[in-house]
Design a protein around this ligand. Structure first.
Ligand SMILES: NC(=O)c1ccc[n+]([C@@H]2O[C@H](COP(=O)([O-])OP(=O)(O)OC[C@H]3O[C@@H](n4cnc5c(N)ncnc54)[C@H](OP(=O)(O)O)[C@@H]3O)[C@@H](O)[C@H]2O)c1
Length: 504
């Protein structure tokens, strides 16, 4: 039989069965900025099923035409696509519908059930909670009460929950309990969009598809690990959310702990959702309590006015919507200790902040020095230890630093970099995280989603830190100048172990 390599290539790319995506919060920012462009790109790449539909739900009194207009505007703004002339957009728009309603009105769910019954492609239904977390419970309860969470004999029902998933351990547990009353864990997809990033997935490939890194991926060869997620922006227009959250809840509980467990996990026995997530859980539960009477393991701080990205910027307390006496942290640094055979004695340092000098997310693995410095007498500069950096964003890639001999008659050493860049190596477009995650949820693959126990264990780590901060709510919070790499207290935290933050 003749084979067509192109068709054979396509065969391994699974396409979901008939699907209807119901977006609760369809008039909101996330839908406009991320979800609609992601659907367009999936359609352009032929990754959506032939029988596919979207139903947008929110209180705004749109109709189908108005929502389609929103779709066109979102493509114009975020994809630079003229949707009126683009065939893919035009075809997708005919499969987009809108249903206005109050989320606590049982009538809305009856109308939704009726719409699903008449729509082509509703064998599989994916509910997306793109709404404020305060109304998650409402929607889940109503979906359950109206029978919309029950999987039919031929088809499936799944639900995607956005971040934040809870605000502390008790609320995350409560939300899990509520969701599990109506949906099995296999139907639940908790988004952490960092997990959809190409470089983050590549971390698994890098570690477990290569034989040369895993043997040195342990306490014998690694001195410490630094994970940084730095933003140059301030709180922007998110003060109402951010004031109640802060850097620890907004970034550390989810994104940074996810990255940390991908670095720290043992090899899974197979690339299956449960095996990968089990190994990540093992790593997470080996983390020692962050509140430690021996000394602080967490530093918080808040930006004051300064200079970032070539402009003067105001301090956090002067931002619109922020209380003048706010003690919400815009920066957090942590020293994390994993009590496992692999990592005993190897500190992981995590830091994140707003109004830092550079927008970057990276994981830096700092190796130990060579056991014997045999070039000490001939080279003036000390030998720099090896470093492996995974650039998560914006410049996705991997860099390895090693020592090389400077050309010349003398024996002089210098650190050099070996770079792999996604863009230049593979060319083409790297899919946006939301494309990957929407597609995985439609396919029923939860590997890149947070499991209920991970969410609860990460809150179990973070919540005592918040409680200790709340107990000292009246106290001042350390400050850092906007445009600087955090407060002196963070330097002291890492300095206590004789290490320094990387300058990026
Ligand atoms: N935007 C992002 O980039 C981003 C990133 C990460 C996570 N998230 C998460 O995604 C979710 C949505 O965020 P967003 O930025 O899109 O928020 P948003 O712009 O405020 O939109 C919220 C949406 O929910 C609807 N809504 C709000 N309250 C409602 C209610 N009581 N009944 C019915 N509909 C209601 C709003 O529409 P109506 O007013 O028309 O009802 C709107 O469509 C949040 O959980 C957020 O934490 C967002």
């Amino acid at each position: 039989m003749q084979t067509n390599p192109l068709i054979d290539g396509l065969r391994i790319e699974a396409t979901p069965g008939p699907t209807t995506l119901v977006i609760f919060g369809a008039s909101g920012d996330l839908t406009r900025r991320k979800l609609l462009p992601a659907l367009y790109n999936l359609s352009r790449g032929n990754r959506l099923p032939a029988r596919f539909a979207v139903i947008g739900v929110a209180r705004s009194r749109f109709d189908d035409d108005e929502f389609r207009k929103q779709f066109h505007e979102s493509l114009r703004e975020f994809e630079d696509v003229d949707a009126e002339r683009d065939e893919v957009a035009a075809s997708l728009a005919t499969r987009i519908f809108y249903m206005p309603g109050e989320l606590d009105d049982p009538g809305l769910y009856q109308r939704l059930a009726a719409k699903l019954a008449e729509i082509d492609g509703a064998e599989g239904v994916l509910y997306y909670l793109a709404i404020p977390p305060t109304v998650y419970a409402n929607v889940v309860e109503h979906l359950g009460a109206s029978g919309l969470s029950v999987e039919p004999a031929q088809g499936w029902r799944r639900i995607i929950a956005e971040k934040p998933f809870g605000t502390d351990l008790a609320s995350a547990r409560e939300l899990n309990r509520l969701i599990h009353r109506h949906f099995d864990e296999a139907q639940v997809f908790r988004i952490d969009h960092y997990l959809g990033k190409e470089t983050v997935q590549n971390l698994l490939v890098f570690r477990f598809a290569n034989g040369m890194f895993e043997p040195i991926w342990n306490r014998r060869y690694i001195d410490h690990v630094q994970i940084t997620a730095a933003e140059t922006v301030g709180v922007e227009r998110r003060a109402s959310y951010y004031e109640g959250a802060g850097a620890l809840r907004d970034m550390v509980q989810n994104h940074l702990l996810q990255l940390m467990t991908l670095v720290a996990m043992e090899p899974p026995t197979a690339f299956t959702a449960e095996s990968v997530r089990d190994r990540k859980m093992d790593a997470l539960v080996s983390v020692q309590p962050l509140v430690d009477p021996e000394g602080p393991n967490v530093v918080r701080a808040q930006y004051r006015e300064g200079w970032v990205d070539g402009a003067d910027v105001i301090g956090y307390r002067a931002e619109p919507g922020v209380a003048p006496s706010s003690v919400t942290e815009t920066y957090a640094a942590l020293r994390v200790q994993l009590d496992s055979w692999r990592w005993a004695g190897v500190p992981f340092f995590l830091r994140t902040g707003k109004r830092l000098p550079k927008r970057t997310t990276e994981i830096a693995i700092q190796f130990r020095r060579p056991p014997l410095e045999i070039f000490r007498r001939v080279s003036q500069s000390p030998v720099a230890s090896n470093l492996l950096v995974v650039n998560v964003q914006p410049d996705e890639g991997i860099t390895i630093r090693f020592e090389a001999k400077l050309p010349g008659t003398r024996m002089q050493l210098s650190p050099v970099m070996m770079n792999f860049r996604y863009g230049s190596t593979f060319g083409g477009e790297v899919p946006e995280a939301y494309q990957t995650l929407l597609l995985d949820a439609m396919l029923g693959d939860p590997t890149l989603f947070a499991r209920h126990d991970f969410v609860e264990s990460s809150w179990a780590l973070i919540t005592p830190v918040h409680e200790s901060w709340s107990a000292n709510a009246a106290s001042e919070i350390p400050a850092y100048e906007a445009g600087e790499w955090g407060p002196a207290e963070a330097d002291a935290l890492i300095g206590r172990d004789g290490r320094r933050w990387r300058t990026l």
